[in-house]
Design a protein around this ligand. Structure first.
Ligand SMILES: [Cu+2]
Length: 115
């Protein structure tokens, strides 16, 4: 009798943890609250170009909040995915860009001047 009660208890535990796992998976907040979003999910962020350093392959941006990186507005230096980006912009331009952390370095994945 004791064994049967134990089995029922274990069975209930298994069922309830399965239901809880499902509930967690189906919570919309849990699905979108991954700060390590892939590049494909990166949202456009607005910024002002402060400096373009073609030799170093870097760009300094005064950027707004970068949601996919969980980063507040600030001025900082980025690597660029494609050196050609640096020829498309100049200091003072207002731009839209996407960025992600690649091999530990914040990197601009796309950039376009706001006309
Ligand atoms: Cu930043």
């Amino acid at each position: 009798m004791k064994n049967i009660i134990s089995l029922i208890f274990i069975g209930l535990l298994a069922v309830s943890s399965h239901v809880m796992a499902q509930a967690i998976n189906e919570t919309p907040e849990a699905a979108s609250a991954t700060p390590t979003a892939s590049a494909a999910r990166a949202e456009m962020t607005e910024a002002e170009v402060r400096k373009v350093d073609g030799a170093a392959g870097k760009i300094t941006l005064k950027h707004g909040e970068i949601k996919n990186l969980g980063m507040p507005p600030m001025t900082m230096v980025f690597q660029v995915k494609d050196p050609a980006f640096l020829a498309q912009v100049k200091a003072g331009d207002r731009v839209h860009f996407t960025a992600d952390k690649i091999k530990g370095a914040y990197t601009v994945l796309s950039i376009e001047v706001i006309q």
